[in-house]
Write a protein that binds this ligand. Structure first.
Ligand SMILES: NC(=O)c1ccc[n+]([C@@H]2O[C@H](COP(=O)([O-])OP(=O)(O)OC[C@H]3O[C@@H](n4cnc5c(N)ncnc54)[C@H](OP(=O)(O)O)[C@@H]3O)[C@@H](O)[C@H]2O)c1
Length: 86
């Protein structure tokens, strides 16, 4: 069985990002999916808790740095264009 792809979904408390994250998390054999957002309150409202979430501003490289330390992480940016970092 292939190793699950680690994915960080930014904008994960938004309309598109939350759906993307939910879909990825429903396939744990294929993806280890984490969310990146700026509101723990919104994350809790949508996902029930803040497990598997990182918080910060997408505009702050330091905030993102913490979230992308997982090896082989792919980032999907849902605010603006899609961005993939292998
Ligand atoms: N091509 C298509 O078919 C298609 C369809 C739908 C959407 N889109 C595009 O996808 C993008 C997202 O759309 P959406 O409807 O999901 O928008 P949305 O609901 O407004 O979600 C945007 C997300 O980005 C987060 N965000 C904004 N600034 C941030 C920052 N500085 N740091 C961290 N997070 C930040 C917001 O956080 P908060 O939750 O804290 O506000 C929110 O979760 C847009 O660019 C839209 O044009 C494309």
């Amino acid at each position: 069985m292939a190793t699950p792809l680690k994915v960080l979904v930014t904008g994960a408390t938004g309309r598109t990002g939350s759906l993307v994250l939910q879909k990825l998390q429903a396939l744990p054999e294929k993806f280890i999916a984490k969310g990146f957002g700026r509101s723990p309150e919104k994350a809790t409202e949508i996902f029930g808790n803040t497990d598997n979430f990182y918080f910060g501003s997408i505009l702050n490289p330091t905030d993102l740095e913490v979230a992308i330390t997982l090896p082989a992480m792919t980032i999907y940016q849902v605010k603006g264009k899609w961005l993939e970092v292998a």
